[in-house]
Design a protein around this ligand. Structure first.
Ligand code: ADP
Ligand code: MG
Length: 346
């Protein structure tokens, strides 16, 4: 009896020693190989006509420097493609009617034409004159409801078919045609800024939020999805209707609350139907998830404009996009695949 007890005692002591040894080994390994979680640096600045937030972390390069590089790139693109900056390529094209373009300009104009073609002109980069009539061309322009005659006069110039590309020459074939890349340039700028960051550190993580155009640099702490809120269009900017979880790619929302005015109780906003010349009213907002912010940007505008004219939303997934729309009568219309992004990873 006594012998058995002392045996047990020795055995327990042995287990205790092994336990302590394992804990010590574990702690040593932990301190040797454990990396602290990356610290996110955040920079907010005004660019592309909106407030832009860059949140970035890198183990290789100073995150502050990466954020500066991202902003430099976005501002470069704004200077080059804004129709409101006199020295931009787009101002030159609208003024001279025909220009010799560089590779990047050709790429962006061709991309815009491609989205116009794809969406039956719901997205159309030639809406410039219409956007100007409504006063949405510039923050300081007077917002007003144009007369039916003014709209009638501008409509014949609105069609991407009036953009002719011949080698590296871009020409506008109709005297009334005005190019406005406002529906695509912000997404392109976000993509390019992310490329700049990734060129310097492919493992950098974070995101860029350019007033509703969001591109993911990399998952949070290299592993987790970022949580992005889809805004409730009837409430303030911080009232969230739905949460989206995204590790890569881009998410862009076009909403009737971004730029608008109210006249005689009617809300008029900046997403203009190129066929009618008036703001489209089927949706309050359309959110698109895609691999690039440029595609998501153009398609959010297009689907917003198409409204109920788009039959079979799920067919849109063949373009590599997922859609979530809130209609004017508060119905949620979404592609089946969008649900995947509404579930938090457990
Ligand atoms: P925001 O710039 O507010 O995020 P969008 O990305 O949807 O919104 O782009 C809206 C801008 O696109 C407008 O300000 C205008 O310059 C331009 N735009 C308006 N209607 C159209 C359209 N049907 N097709 C292409 N661009 C458009
Ligand atoms: Mg857009």
């Amino acid at each position: 009896m006594l012998e058995k007890n002392s045996n047990n005692f020795l055995k327990n002591k042995g287990i205790l020693y092994i336990g302590i040894l394992l804990i010590a080994l574990g702690l040593t390994l932990f301190f040797l190989f454990h990396k602290p979680l990356p610290k996110y640096y955040e920079k907010k600045d005004f660019a592309l006509g909106t407030w832009v937030r860059v949140v970035v972390a890198s183990e290789k390069i100073d995150s502050e420097k990466l954020a500066d590089i991202a902003f430099d790139e976005m501002k470069r693109i704004e200077r080059k493609f804004s129709k409101n900056i006199e020295t931009s390529v787009i101002s030159k094209l609208n003024k001279d009617r025909s220009i010799i373009a560089d590779k990047e300009t050709l790429f962006l104009i061709k991309a815009a034409i491609n989205f116009a073609d794809l969406t039956g002109s719901a997205f159309d980069p030639t809406v410039g004159e219409l956007v100007k009539l409504w006063g949405f061309d510039d923050m300081n322009s007077e917002k007003r409801v144009p007369s039916p005659d003014e709209i009638k006069a501008a409509l014949p110039g609105v069609s991407y078919k009036f953009i002719k590309i011949d080698g590296n020459r871009i020409s506008l074939l109709n005297d009334k045609t005005m190019i406005d890349l406002g529906g695509i340039a912000k997404g392109y700028a976000v993509d390019m800024a992310i490329h700049k960051i990734k060129d310097l550190d492919p493992n950098a993580t974070g995101f860029i939020d350019a007033g509703g155009d969001i591109g993911i640099i990399g998952p949070k702490f290299g592993r987790f999805a970022w949580t992005i809120g889809i805004r409730d269009p009837d409430k303030g900017p911080y009232d969230i209707k739905e949460k989206v979880y995204l590790k890569e790619g881009a998410i862009v929302t076009s909403g009737n609350y971004e730029r608008f005015f109210i006249k005689d109780g009617v809300r008029y906003h900046h997403l203009i139907d190129p066929k009618t010349g008036y703001p489209a009213n089927y949706y309050k907002s359309v959110t698109i998830i895609s691999d690039t912010a440029m595609k998501a940007d153009a398609m959010a505008t297009a689907i917003f404009i198409l409204g109920d004219k788009l039959i079979g939303l799920d067919s849109m997934t063949r373009y590599g996009i997922q859609v979530y729309g809130i209609t004017s009568d508060n119905k949620i219309i979404k592609t089946t695949g969008f649900d995947y992004y509404l579930k938090e990873e457990k």
